[in-house]
Design a protein around this ligand. Structure first.
Ligand code: NDP
Length: 384
């Protein structure tokens, strides 16, 4: 806001020169950010896991794909995030390559750049799936070209051995940009994402979704622009919350974050140790399941029925929604715009929940029915 005010006060004759200088700076910045993320992802194997206790990084295995393959991933998101942000601060304080308000000052032109990248990536993924797929057995052609483009054909498109489209575009540049755009606002959620990047290999995005427009454009445009709307709103409409309001928002956010993180952690721990762990101080309970992969192989799996997974079948979504509501409520009740995020997240996660359950039901058949009988609610016990 200060930069905008200063710009408004400057004499007209310097405006054109200033504008072309800004355009140049912007193009340079956009290229730098994206190429730099590819460089960090590809050229710097993770070393942070060697000295940060409890962090799982380096080469990790993903889940079994429908065709029966297990991919390896280089988990170095936390390292990339730390380097990017260290450089961001170094630029602001020492180097002055570009203005620290460059993203805010160029919100709309950057939106164009993000769209160009989003469509280029989705189109490339579509063409690649037809001409040179990474694993032809894992491609899904539905007969509807529009659907194929939107939802993706290839399951795990890669270039070379390590450049994985889903891990890269889902996590960077969109999620790195999230804190860059909105530096302090959602830092905990973002840091959590990178701290747990290895856990991310077992989520629906990586385990079940194909890579097309939905992820390609969504990660490049939708995520960085719409998830940060509250911050943008507050720049123009600063609010002074009452102590009670601020405390309620803080509590809602912390409780939501605790549920979100613990629920995801419980599943991850349970699956990693195959049930040899303790959940809420007790040995976990579960339902034993079998399923068949596309190569005809029979496999076994377990569905946890204790801890938060005994409360509801997607209590991690409930925690996420509580946190999302807290982000919005921190903007006060003056306008509907900052509430876009919670409305969108509710639609996204309810749809995701139904979609996931449909898939699990076809995967596990009668075992899934036993699980839904044991844990009848999806998101809110006794309500939904
Ligand atoms: P989950 O991590 O809940 O994964 C669902 C999968 O877990 C199922 O397909 C099944 O896979 C397995 N599963 C289901 N029930 C059980 C059980 N009882 N015990 C063990 N395994 C089980 O879902 P997501 O990947 O969608 O979400 C992960 C997190 O990311 C959530 O907290 C969500 O809120 C968050 N998220 C945030 C988004 C955002 O935009 N901010 C977007 C999407 C997600 P299997 O086939 O292996 O059995």
């Amino acid at each position: 806001a200060v930069t905008m005010e200063a710009t408004r006060r400057r004499p007209q004759h310097s405006a054109n020169g200033k504008r072309s200088e800004q355009k140049e700076q912007l193009a340079h910045f956009d290229k730098l950010l994206r190429n730099f993320q590819v460089f960090l992802y590809m050229c710097f194997p993770d070393i942070t896991h060697k000295f940060i206790p409890g962090y799982v990084g380096g080469v990790q295995e993903g889940a079994r794909t429908p065709a029966g393959l297990i991919n390896k991933y280089e988990i170095n998101g936390l390292q990339c995030w730390l380097i990017t942000h260290a450089l961001w601060f170094a630029n602001a304080h020492y180097f002055h390559w570009f203005s620290p308000t460059i993203i805010f000052d160029n919100w709309i032109p950057l939106l164009w750049c993000a769209n160009i990248l989003g469509y280029a990536v989705s189109t490339f993924a579509f063409i690649k799936a037809h001409l040179f797929p990474t694993n032809a057995e894992d491609c899904k052609f539905t007969g509807n070209v529009f659907y194929n483009y939107m939802m993706g054909i290839e399951f795990n498109p890669r270039i070379g051995k390590w450049f994985d489209f889903k891990l890269f575009f889902n996590g960077r540049p969109g999620i790195v940009a999230w804190t860059l755009i909105n530096l302090s606002y959602m830092a905990i959620y973002v840091l959590d994402f990178f701290w747990n990047e290895a856990w991310y290999l077992k989520t629906i995005d990586i385990c079940h979704d194909h890579f097309g427009w939905y992820l390609g454009w969504g990660d490049c445009v939708w995520l960085p622009y719409l998830y940060t709307l509250q911050g943008l709103y507050l720049v123009y409409h600063p609010v002074q919350l009452s102590d009670a309001h601020a405390l309620a928002v803080l509590l809602l956010g912390l409780v939501g974050y605790y549920i979100f993180r613990s629920t995801n952690h419980q599943k991850d721990l349970f699956r990693r140790t195959e049930g040899s762990c303790s959940i809420w101080g007790r040995k976990p309970t579960w339902i034993e399941c079998t399923y068949r992969s596309a190569d005809g192989g029979m496999h076994r799996s377990k569905l946890l029925t204790s801890g938060f997974w005994g409360v509801a079948r997607h209590f991690n979504y409930t925690g996420d929604l509580m946190g999302s509501l807290a982000y919005c409520a921190s903007c006060g009740f003056g306008h509907i715009l900052p509430y876009f995020y919670i409305v969108y997240m509710t639609i996204l996660l309810v749809h995701r929940c139904v979609r996931d359950e449909h898939r699990c039901s076809s995967k596990y058949g009668k075992d899934w029915k036993r699980y839904t009988d044991a844990v009848p609610s999806r998101l809110i016990p006794g309500v939904f």
